[in-house]
Design a protein around this ligand. Structure first.
Ligand code: MG
Length: 355
């Protein structure tokens, strides 16, 4: 969905566009009858779990019988719908992926909405429908939420915050501080798809076919790999903002090691490579929303790849590099010619508002 220069909303979503008065108004956020109706008729119906429907001040959750993982994230992506995903799916998968790569089974989610006055209610319905489908896929229950409305110039359509609670299920990966020289690095699929899909949709770059985001759940893959490898799976992390480069720098710093990757081994689809060349971007710096890095002990890569490739979301997993003793540069890349060169972190985001 985009907002045109005339201020009207255009919906690229399989929901019929309804009358002009069927829009979010400031009164929908002011605590009265209109807000109650909006919540009851437009929001809660998408999340029919037993807890949310009580509409109490706080959700009461059962004892999950062990350590919990908690993660929160806000989603401000523009446009709200893009090839391969939308803000609703992103808000559920983004937070539950962070739980999954931490060794947790996502169980509960909060969902808070900041709506701009004038947003068509059909767009809200569509976003919530997608969020509900994603929550059902992951097996997470939406148990609490909040709705605020701001004036049309104070926000761009719709922002979402989600907070997820998960139950840590052993064996959880020990984490990046456990990385050791000799460990191998795997990327779970072709990189750069989300950031380029959003950029092309926002800037209306007419690439045919339009690049698709990798927006999706990593839960199945993360669960399978930690169950199979145990502590030989050192760390997992979804390569979101900052892309693969950001994760490599974070891990190098956490374990005081260096990481070497082989450029020729990094999977990049032909359309993303072409778009990056056109725009002067490095796919290693571009955000992903359903692709993770996995560090595994020396000798465990083939087993890890077999596990990942059996899961649709990570079917194109491949080994891209290894951990070495600390060198001068924290992250090195070997390109076609010459020896390893430092791979710097970008100073800031090449693309704003991609998640
Ligand atoms: Mg993450």
């Amino acid at each position: 969905m985009t907002r045109s220069d005339t201020g009207s909303w255009q919906l690229h979503c399989p929901v019929p566009f309804t009358a002009d008065d069927d829009r979010v108004m400031l009164a929908h956020g002011e605590g009265g009858r209109m807000m109650r109706r909006l919540i009851a008729q437009r929001i809660v119906k998408h999340f029919p779990g037993p807890t949310l429907s009580r509409l109490e001040d706080a959700a009461t959750l059962p004892d999950l019988g062990g350590p919990l993982a908690l993660s929160t994230d806000s989603f401000v992506v523009s446009p709200l719908f893009f090839p391969g995903g939308d803000i609703g799916r992103l808000a559920v998968f983004g937070t539950t992926n962070d739980l999954a790569v931490s060794g947790a089974e996502p169980r509960y989610l909060t969902l808070s909405l900041i709506l701009a006055e004038g947003l068509p209610l059909a767009v809200l319905d569509c976003v919530l429908q997608r969020a509900a489908e994603a929550a059902a896929q992951v097996g997470v229950e939406v148990v609490a939420g909040d709705t605020k409305v701001v004036t049309r110039d104070a926000a761009d359509g719709l922002f979402i915050n989600t907070t997820g609670v998960g139950r840590i299920v052993p064996p959880a990966p020990p984490g990046p501080r456990a990385l050791q020289p000799g460990d191998q690095l795997i990327v779970s699929g072709p990189i750069g798809r989300h950031g380029i899909a959003v950029l092309c949709a926002r800037e209306e770059l007419a690439l045919e076919p339009p690049p698709q985001s990798d927006c999706g759940s990593l839960l199945q893959a993360a669960t399978a790999i930690r169950q199979r490898l145990g502590e030989r799976c050192r760390a997992m992390r979804d390569a979101t903002r900052g892309g693969v480069t950001a994760v490599l720098h974070e891990w190098s710093a956490a374990a005081d090691v260096s990481i070497e990757i082989d450029a020729a081994a990094v999977p990049v689809s032909a359309d993303i490579r072409a778009a990056c060349e056109l725009l002067g971007l490095d796919p290693l710096h571009i955000a992903n929303e359903g692709t993770m890095l996995v560090a595994v002990a020396a000798g465990a890569a083939d087993e890890a790849l077999a596990v990942l490739r059996a899961v649709p979301q990570t079917a194109q997993a491949t080994t891209i590099g290894r951990v070495t003793a600390r060198q001068l540069a924290p992250v090195l890349i070997t390109r076609t010619l010459g020896g390893p060169q430092p791979l710097d972190e970008p100073a800031g985001a090449p693309l704003p508002r991609i998640c």
